[in-house]
Design a protein around this ligand. Sequence first.
Ligand code: PRP
Ligand code: URA
Length: 211
Amino acid sequence: MQYEGVTVVDHPLIQHKLTIMRNKETSTKGFRTLLREISHLLCYEATRDLELTTIEIETPLTKMEAPTLSGKKLVFVPILRAGMGLLEGMLDLVPSARVAHIGLYRDHTTLEAIEYYFKAPEDIQERLVIVLDPMLATANSAIAAIDRLKRRGSFNLRFVCLLAAPEGLQKLHKVHPDVRIYCAAVDQKLNEKGYIVPGLGDAGDRMYGTK
Ligand code: PRP
Ligand code: URA
């Protein structure tokens, strides 16, 4: 099934690593390592169309006009806590990127996202912004984060996650159709508690061993 505004990055390496992450026997350390590895592959796809310019350099043999990224450095925005699991891998590939943090947690009864922290670079509105969170379930957290960033003037936004529920993909695209979504897999559904099924459980708990 195809979803509008969504790129599913289903490279065999990602699928293999994701299967290990889903397994409830996988350790906290293993889970974090795999998430970082997958984030490299997601970053590759989410930055595929970054603009280039050329600069003159000299190789040991000759001068040449060589491609280099143009424009202002991009901004990664991990949604705390679990978004941190994607951040380090993104920074491995784009080390000069800026980072904004947004702290959100889901109220367990209403599933609404509650904000508890926000800190962003002053000129974030002039940069491409990539929001990071491994899980897109109801999409309440992603929508709250993107609402917040738009209130700060950002309108060049992308959203990168690992697993998405069909309900979350459709809702996020409906509310923010300008924000392209990148994910590694789309699962079957949400359960009555708002968890992705089959999923991988609570991403924050699995990353940090809090349950
Ligand atoms: C998880 C996850 C997302 C959110 C997704 O965070 O990391 O931020 O749930 O669910 P949604 O699409 O229904 O909003 P959680 O609220 O468990 O906070 P945590 O990362 O601090 O554990
Ligand atoms: N958040 C998670 O960490 N896991 C889910 O399945 C849904 C929301």
